[in-house]
Design a binder for this molecule. Structure first.
Ligand code: FES
Length: 129
């Protein structure tokens, strides 16, 4: 599968959480991979369309994630903010095959490096506060 990179097993993504794939977006930004309660997986550029907050550290509910900075709700299926807010985080193609998660990273060399559970990042942020 050209341009697809294996990133992890689905069980390595916390339910109602996310993992970060560093620099996997064409822009050089991180990509957040989210897992819903019913094991669906979505990927977005890890930048809120409001002011660039890390969506990977937000709270996943239903098919949405609440940005941790100012609480905008972003639809995981479209990447767009729920009204009345406006703007979209870019979607990244992702699919799961036999429990393995693959991310579309382009036809060049995969830029997948490490990933970090969102809850771990939140805990680290709490320690710094
Ligand atoms: S940066 Fe996400 S709501 Fe403000």
């Amino acid at each position: 599968m050209s341009g697809w990179s294996r990133v992890c097993r689905i069980e390595e993504i916390p339910v109602l959480g996310a993992r970060v794939i560093e620099a996997a977006h064409a822009s050089g930004d991180d990509v957040a991979i989210f897992r819903t309660a019913d094991d669906r997986v979505f990927a977005l550029r890890d930048r809120c369309p409001h002011k660039g907050g890390p969506l990977s550290q937000g709270i996943v509910f239903g098919e949405s994630v609440a940005c941790p900075l100012h609480g905008w709700n972003i639809d995981l299926t479209s990447g767009c903010a729920h009204a009345p807010d406006r703007g979209c985080a870019q979607r990244v193609a992702v699919h799961v095959d036999a429990g393995t998660v693959y991310l579309k990273t382009g036809d060049g060399a995969p830029r997948v490096s490490t990933f970090q559970p969102a809850e771990q990042a939140v805990e680290q942020a709490a320690v710094r506060d």
